[in-house]
Ligand binder design. Structure first.
Ligand code: NAD
Ligand code: MG
Length: 392
């Protein structure tokens, strides 16, 4: 029986993880669940999965959650704050941690799980984008098992040679990340500039949280994923390519030096990579429908359009810059996406705000977590003032 903490259980990845666990309750039990705003859902999950602990961000949410759980006659103990998040991620009663908090808020608790040497299922790509070098250093130092949940990275992980980390890197020529192109792939720039949050969140293939949905629409998501891949697979940006594949069936590909290309295919449902991560190196039924290629009939591919989707180019630039540039990119993007979702700026202003924020920074190598947090904080305040100027 494996004991699991899900950081961000009330989100899209969190719910899919609970769905897979519910299918295998003889093998997996819940130690702790965490959430932010959806307290009713967190209370209900805590009861249904008999969680030992539920963690929220602040004291007033904790009081409300405690009373909701008591009303439901549950026994889950409620905690709050960032120390509590780190505690349930690193407890010696936990075997597996699903890191599914969205954004920079996921960094510290995920790193706590890594430092405790856990098996960490990584959905929170932002933590690697912000602090890749420190994060991967901690994975090595503490012998954590890091398994990618992002569908593209999970696909690549499945297609790499077994001894990739022990000297077989030269056999791999390219990592090819597929991208659906998002809801605006076929729109012209004029139409994209008027896109609403509802349209940006209506992804054609995947059902996801709002932030990553907007990132997919701007293609910032793919840029973040290239940086994520660089760290996860210890490679360089020139070996990473993006390929638009609107059907989201081929989840990514690995090109070998001999001309072989291995790909992982499946229906677009995050329960597949989640089940893969939970059971690895074994396999587990996920509840995902069988792939019917004759029904899908056509798989198509095209090049990404960097003019229509400038966020992808901005991410490439930040990756090439290195140091704290990806952390600045990520923080500015989080602020800009929030402003877009709030209706304060238009869709195209997301890229403008990120670009202006990056332009105002001198980059350096953040040697410590404090330096990363400092870059993140400063980028957020610059982005806020850039956005104020765009608004007025
Ligand atoms: P979501 O918005 O649906 O859920 C986010 C979760 O994080 C919620 O449980 C929320 O309570 C929690 N959270 C938000 N802000 C928080 C804060 N400040 N402190 C503590 N907890 C907080 O997001 P999602 O779509 O499930 O994505 C989660 C992560 O997984 C993201 O990093 C995303 O990029 C990545 N990811 C998601 C998908 C997907 O299909 N949804 C695919 C690949 C990767
Ligand atoms: Mg992805």
């Amino acid at each position: 029986m494996y004991s699991i903490t899900i950081l961000g259980s009330t989100g899209s990845i969190g719910e899919s993880t609970l769905d897979v666990i519910a299918q295998h309750s003889d093998q997996y039990s819940i130690f702790a669940l965490t959430g932010c705003r959806q307290l009713e859902k967190l209370a209900q999950q805590s009861i249904q999965y008999n969680a030992k602990y539920a963690v929220v961000t602040d004291e007033s949410s904790a009081k409300r959650l405690t009373s909701l759980i008591m009303d439901l006659k549950g026994t889950t103990e409620v905690m709050f704050g960032s120390d509590a998040l780190s505690e349930v991620a690193s407890s010696n009663q936990v075997d597996i941690v699903m890191a599914a908090i969205v954004g920079a808020a996921g960094l510290l608790p995920t790193l706590s799980a890594v430092k405790a040497g856990k098996k960490v299922l990584l959905a929170n790509k932002e933590s690697l984008v912000m602090a890749g070098s420190i994060f991967m250093g901690a994975v090595k130092q503490h012998s954590a098992t890091l398994l990618p949940i992002d569908s593209e990275h999970n696909a690549i992980f499945q297609c790499l040679p077994d001894n990739y980390n022990d000297g077989d890197q030269p056999s791999v020529k390219k990592l090819i990340l597929s991208a659906s192109g998002g809801p605006f792939r076929t729109w012209d720039m004029q139409k994209i500039s008027k896109a609403t949050p509802e349209q940006a969140c209506a992804h054609p293939n995947w059902s996801m949280g709002n932030k990553i949905s907007v990132d997919s629409a701007s293609m910032m998501n793919k840029g973040l994923e290239c940086i994520e891949a660089k760290w996860l697979f210890d490679t360089t940006m020139d070996k990473i390519e993006v390929l638009i594949h609107p059907q989201s069936i081929v989840h990514s590909l690995v090109q070998y030096v001999d001309g072989s290309v291995l790909a992982q295919l499946g229906n677009p449902d995050m329960r597949t990579p989640i089940a893969h991560g939970l059971a690895w190196p074994q396999r587990l039924a996920s509840g995902v429908a069988d792939l019917d290629l004759s029904e899908i009939a056509q798989l198509t591919f095209e090049q990404p359009d960097l003019v229509k989707f400038p966020c992808l180019q901005l991410a490439y630039n930040a990756a090439a810059e290195g140091g704290n540039a990806p952390a600045v990119l990520n923080a500015a993007n989080e602020i800009a996406v929030d402003a877009f979702l709030d209706g304060r700026i238009g869709f195209t202003a997301i890229a403008q705000a990120v670009e202006k924020t990056l332009d105002s920074f001198d980059f350096y190598e953040p040697e410590s977590l404090d330096a990363v947090q400092d870059s993140d904080n400063r980028a957020r305040s610059v982005a806020v003032s850039v956005i104020k100027r765009i608004e007025s």
